[in-house]
Design a protein around this ligand. Structure first.
Ligand SMILES: O=C(O)C(=O)C[C@]1(C(=O)O)C=C[C@@H](O)C=C1
Length: 271
């Protein structure tokens, strides 16, 4: 596998909005990867927080009729209402943010912040949050949340919202990764885009050595951040979440979905 390309984008030609990296100065493959690395911390911390509560299956029951006039799960109600509020204060002006329930979101009551537009307008049509939702609720939660019900539904859903938004932000960050890669090598990506060749695009944007590093790093972060800390020992082998859950999460879902976002974006990059 060839070593990952380094970016040739001039810093002034495109500035990344204030993203998770906190940097508005550079837009290149290194800065985009730095943001992905920082977002790992957010994801690890948010899942550790969710692990304080048991599964609380009632929250995810789509046939429940708990909320008068609403058909769907308690979590669907909670996230929809949270997004309405967050939209009113401008969350979705940020091109890094993607709502789970984009239908009928109210306009912001605040004036838009002038985020630097580095993405092709086609980015606005890409939202894979339904896949992210199903992955989180049906695949990921059973891997780390203890069986049981403690009735703490509101706190559980608050944690779920934080996890879902962190995962969605990370996975849709593939839009920025793809834009950098295209700008770095239009001569490589152009023919595959014009041929609408998904497989060729997937091959071009995949770096297996980077993926291996990412999996090892998230597992290590989970073992550091999630370790039970006592005063009398130098470290324990008890963790709030089994660290291998994180390498599995990234290997099976986070990176494949980030790559799917990259392919979807690149396919439309020359529209
Ligand atoms: O770092 C990159 O080049 C990316 O495209 C990001 C990412 C990831 O999701 O972490 C995805 C695909 C690559 O194979 C390696 C890593």
């Amino acid at each position: 596998m060839a070593s990952p390309p380094s970016s040739t984008v001039k810093p002034d030609s495109a500035r990344l909005q204030n993203g998770a990296s906190g940097s508005a100065e550079r837009f290149n493959l290194d800065s985009v990867r730095e943001s992905l690395i920082r977002q790992e911390d957010t994801i690890v911390f948010s899942l550790i927080e969710r692990a304080k509560f048991p599964r609380n299956l009632k929250v995810y029951d789509e046939s429940s009729r708990e909320i008068p006039g609403f058909s769907g799960s308690l979590l669907q109600f909670f996230v929809e209402e949270a997004e309405i509020l967050q939209s009113k204060v401008g969350r979705y002006y940020n091109p890094e943010e993607h709502p789970f329930f984009p239908e009928n979101l109210p306009l912001s009551l605040l004036p838009p912040y002038n985020y630097e537009q580095v993405l092709h307008p086609a980015a606005a049509s890409i939202n894979i949050n339904k896949k992210i939702w199903n992955m989180y609720v049906y695949d990921l939660l059973p891997l780390f949340a203890a069986k049981g019900d403690d009735g703490n539904y509101a706190s559980t859903m608050s944690s779920d919202l934080t996890c879902l938004q962190a995962l969605s932000r990370r996975i849709h960050y593939g839009l920025f990764v793809a834009e950098v890669k295209y700008r770095d090598a239009p001569q490589d990506y152009g023919p595959a885009i014009r041929a609408q060749d998904r497989d060729a695009l997937m091959k071009l944007l995949t770096f297996e050595s980077v993926e291996e590093m990412v999996k090892r790093r998230v597992e290590k972060k989970a073992s550091v951040f999630g370790q039970e800390v006592g005063l009398n020992d130098s470290g324990s082998d008890k963790y709030k979440i089994d660290p291998s859950v994180f390498s599995h999460l990234y290997g099976e879902w986070v990176m494949p979905l980030t790559k799917l976002v990259q392919v979807e974006y690149l396919l439309r990059r020359l529209d």
